[in-house]
Design a protein around this ligand. Sequence first.
Ligand SMILES: NC(=O)c1ccc[n+]([C@@H]2O[C@H](COP(=O)([O-])OP(=O)(O)OC[C@H]3O[C@@H](n4cnc5c(N)ncnc54)[C@H](O)[C@@H]3O)[C@@H](O)[C@H]2O)c1
Length: 342
Amino acid sequence: MKILITGGCGFVGSNIAIYLKKKLRNAQISSLDNLVRKGSRLNKYRLKNYKIKNYKFSIEKYDKFKKLPKFNLIIDCCAEPAIEASKKEPDRVFNTNLVGTFNILKKCLKDKTNIIFLSSSRVYAIDKLRNLTKSIKIIKPLKINKKIDEKFSIESASSLYGFTKLASEKLIKEIFFGTNLKYIINRFGVIAGPWQFGKQDQGFVSLWIAKHLLRKKLSYIGFGGYGNQVRDVLHIDDVCNIVHIQIQKLDKINNETFNIGGGPRNSISLKNLTKKCQILTKNKINIKKIAYTSIFDIPYYVTDNKKIFKYYKWSPSKNINDILSDIYFWLKNNKKIRNYFK
Ligand SMILES: NC(=O)c1ccc[n+]([C@@H]2O[C@H](COP(=O)([O-])OP(=O)(O)OC[C@H]3O[C@@H](n4cnc5c(N)ncnc54)[C@H](O)[C@@H]3O)[C@@H](O)[C@H]2O)c1
């Protein structure tokens, strides 16, 4: 089996590539990545150690892309994943995330290639997610029991990032319609783990630990600046595991969309994340309050894993403490990597 991972030098793509290389002994794994993300060069060297080739060009360039060999499966992990880029770099977000998917699908159609698409929880309507809390200022810890399933509203705005993900999902269904090609769409919540080069607007878990280790500053941004916003977090190993299972069962389970995340057990507020980072690193740092809330930000997201469990009998195996300690030791033992967060 020949597998191409687009965005293969990113956090998720590189981890999936190496995991599959170890698990699928007869598979040939390749990556396509233009290395635009900070840290992706380091991931490229990791891939090289496993003899995984990276094609270095932009997914926007179909003329180059169509000349690559045929693959049986493309795992699409290529995106600009930061929500705030929707405001700052709309063209890049649109071209990478949506035109990129279109190019991937044209190649799938030409070569008869199946696809596993990494979508996002951010396809869901911002206003409906905001309605889950009483006020935009969250002064006290949230007490919400709601889990978000695949039927949650997608009707109103979700940021340009969310739009490109939802439009990509639609495009997959459109282009594969009437063919025998198979797809899986995974709407992941927050993913975290080693080899994520987190930033304030994307990958906050690794950023939080790194800044504590380095004794640098952080900010609670939005919702009054109290740090009470909540997310569920999924370990990257659990992501690799479910994708591997999906590949093995693709003939039987396909053309479905799943919400996949850490779930209630792995949900945490920024404030509680700070407490855990203080215990892990034994450092206490200054955290500024920024009350202003970006129009794209949401106060709460916790995944309902009911459907993915029903289809695959799968649920996350690693808890929030496993996630934090794996990131901590990855950073603690590697000064060069730690310095990427300075
Ligand atoms: N990390 C998360 O918490 C999370 C959550 C839900 C969904 N996702 C989705 O998972 C996928 C992977 O996310 P990630 O966290 O690994 O992001 P990442 O930024 O670490 O990886 C994306 C990779 O794509 C590459 N890339 C960007 N633009 C490109 C282009 N035009 N041509 C070729 N390569 C390009 C980057 O260099 C990077 O290596 C994305 O589709 C993202 O939307 C991620």
